[in-house]
Design a protein around this ligand. Structure first.
Ligand SMILES: NC(=O)c1ccc[n+]([C@@H]2O[C@H](COP(=O)([O-])OP(=O)(O)OC[C@H]3O[C@@H](n4cnc5c(N)ncnc54)[C@H](O)[C@@H]3O)[C@@H](O)[C@H]2O)c1
Length: 312
């Protein structure tokens, strides 16, 4: 992608900031983020000028101003925690459903060509079938997952009624530098790396045999760029690594990379946790020409280096 006017909602967050960095050198990129979870620090290394507007996607005026003249909108702004959504479902409905409807409407009004919507593997719910294929029936098992599913349907509806190109990307477990390890709901790799960087032990929920499809954020931004430019309007596309890795294996690899044994404690399994999750990425390969390039070992190494530089 080159010379394109792009807006990234949630652009000061973990994935958003990497996307802005990736596209920033060759495109005119703007960010709309209320900084409720993201931070301007995440954008410090971005090349070129990025216009950052601190406002909520629920603020119609700010949204329509931010959309003016934009060709592609990456809609990443969201509340993102499954357990938090169980505790605060209304907040998830407001930001992730009403917010997404607002983004889509503003995009239509501003004659944006395409919206790429960051959906989630969570829409597959607790189904034990693996790998997850896009044609499987969504089975959301949390307000977060439901909010993403409704967002997907809203993309489909607005695309058919208003002719906006909408592309849904179902993201699996992204990891990498800048992922926040501090929330009680932080992702496993962020928590492990932060603990290892400060020479603390790690806690594994349950027996650690549960598997996830971990994708390095640098590979994800490549997939997002492709989703913005390839002829994939109307598609729903899984983006993951296509392989499953157990939490125990992540801990083992990290210990190898760090060159020290890591103290490990096993806690209670988390209620409602899916045992295994792996993406079928056949469609991403066929339609986007996407292939993940970063091995888990390399990605973990880069991530650990970053967490080490964050220590006080
Ligand atoms: N990280 C993953 O593995 C993963 C997996 C599946 C889907 N996703 C989706 O990708 C997107 C980005 O996730 P992330 O991991 O970077 O999370 P993040 O929390 O780091 O980023 C979300 C950003 O949205 C902003 N935001 C929240 N509410 C807002 C509002 N009302 N108005 C404007 N900005 C708002 C936050 O400040 C934050 O900067 C989210 O939509 C998330 O659901 C992430």
């Amino acid at each position: 992608m080159q010379g394109t006017r792009v807006l990234v909602t949630g652009g000061a967050g973990f994935i958003g900031s990497h996307l802005v960095e990736h596209l920033g050198a060759r495109n005119d990129v703007a960010v709309l983020d209320d900084l409720s979870a993201g931070s301007l620090r995440n954008l410090e290394t971005v090349p070129g000028d990025v216009h950052v507007k601190r406002a909520s996607i629920l603020n119609r005026k700010a949204l329509s101003t931010a959309m003016e003249g934009r060709e592609i909108v990456y809609h990443l702004a969201a509340r993102t925690s499954v357990p938090d959504s169980v505790a605060h479902p209304e907040a998830y409905w407001r930001t992730n459903v009403q917010g997404t409807l607002g983004v889509l409407k503003a995009a239509v009004d501003a004659k944006v060509r395409r919206v790429v919507f960051a959906s989630s593997a969570a829409v597959y719910g607790n189904s034990e079938m693996n790998p997850k294929v896009e044609t499987m029936r969504p089975a959301p098992a949390s307000p977060y997952a439901t909010s993403k599913m409704v967002g997907e349907f809203a993309c489909e509806e607005i695309a058919s009624l208003k002719g906006l190109e909408a592309v849904v990307v179902r993201i699996f477990n992204a990891y990498g530098p800048r992922q926040d390890p501090t929330s009680p709901y932080a992702s496993v790799i962020a928590k492990f790396c932060a603990s290892v960087a400060s020479n603390e032990g790690i806690e594994i929920y349950g027996d650690g045999g549960q598997t996830r499809d971990f994708l390095y954020v640098g590979d994800l931004t490549t997939a997002l760029e492709l989703a913005g430019e390839r002829p994939v309007a109307g598609q729903i596309i899984n983006v993951g690594s296509g392989s499953a890795t157990s939490v125990n294996e992540v801990a083992r690899l990290l210990s190898e990379i760090a060159g020290v044994p890591i103290r490990t404690k096993h806690g209670e399994p988390r209620p409602g946790d899916v045992r295994d999750s792996r993406a079928d990425i056949t469609r991403a390969a066929a339609k986007l020409g996407f292939a993940p390039h970063t091995s888990l070992r390399d990605g973990l190494g880069r991530t650990l280096v970053w967490y080490r530089t964050q220590r006080p």
